[in-house]
Design a protein. Structure first.
Lengths: 205, 205
């Protein structure tokens, strides 16, 4: 089975349980002969794929009424895979979504690591520091790398800790962020688990 | 008396108690004949001003030992003006600093409103929403503008509220942010109050 999670800048592919990533420009979607199940937040690419018979957009099999209209399909699909917890999907954006025993409680969106690093540097060359992923959150920062990390990741981690729910980290930066989250589980295949659940539920194969 | 707070992109000027702002490129520093007291986070401009006798850099009169080495002089000067509270300086960056009865407790740096708006749009055209400055912070967002606002300003406001200290908002976006902070005081002249304290203490005039 081939599954694709199409983002704005790259595509995550799970083929025969092997995970790979390609940039959008290198993504050779027209030469796929097998059936591919996909989700996409990239509307330009979705439009092209809709003309190809072997590309099945899983979005059509999802009941969106539990979620809000403009919510990214990737967030919705990841939520299918858990019953209770917080999903932190750290990619070009960091999305945080809460499920309370089957009910979607809401969520929020922060910028991704790469985007925030660039944002700080663009504000001022004085803010050109790498983030400190070992930051102690129980005291206020007294140096520049910690001050930047706290103002972005510190606030995020402290907010999520207050939910007192299991935390699942996914997305390209999940492992990088893990040291900041106590007892968080990293699951890079979370979105594909959600996709498989949708396929099973819709009896597609 | 003329006071200048020189930032990365603009200069705030207090002349005879009248506040004005000019962009760095429009800042005609060479044609000032009067004595000007200034602070600057703009090292290129500081270097030029150091050759002019009538431009007095107040940084030399500050005891930096209470603060950390790379901390912006604007943050340090603003802190001179209060004894107890949280200063939120919302400009191109948002700096948050805590003073506990005269002691600097530490602080952190978030991106400014304009920078974060651009960051979200650059991540994806799907994140092109204005912030909601009336956001309710007691529930999780279920729409895109609130999800973006919460992931940036919501986390910031909730963190600052937990300090249970007087909040003073300053900087160009202080009034825009005020609806999100309960009982916060807006003081656009805070940094100039700090500068005046330094001038008085150093007996410069």
């Amino acid at each position: 089975m081939t599954l694709c999670d199409i983002g704005n800048s790259s595509v995550d592919i799970l083929e025969d349980e092997k995970l790979s990533k390609v940039t959008i420009s290198d993504f050779d979607f027209a030469n796929q002969s097998k059936t591919v199940y996909y989700i996409s937040v990239n509307s330009a690419l979705s439009e092209k794929l809709s003309t190809l018979n072997n590309w099945i957009n899983l979005e059509q099999y999802i009941d969106r009424t539990c979620y809000y209209e403009s919510m990214g399909i990737d967030r919705i699909v990841a939520l299918q895979s858990i019953n209770d917890g917080v999903i932190v999907d750290a990619g070009s954006a960091i999305t945080v979504d809460i499920v309370d025993y089957g009910n979607f409680e809401g969520g929020f969106i922060s910028a991704g690591l790469k985007a925030m690093r660039e944002t700080y540097v663009n504000i001022s060359p004085n803010l050109d520091y790498s983030f400190n992923f070992e930051l102690a959150l129980d005291k206020m920062p007294k140096n520049s790398p910690d001050a930047l990390t706290y103002g972005f990741l510190g606030l995020l981690v402290k907010e999520i800790a207050r939910y007192e729910k299991p935390i699942i980290l996914t997305g390209g930066d999940a492992l990088v962020l893990q040291p900041l989250f106590k007892n968080a589980l990293v699951d890079e295949l979370l979105i594909f688990k959600g996709m498989k659940q949708i396929i099973t539920k819709a009896k597609l194969c």
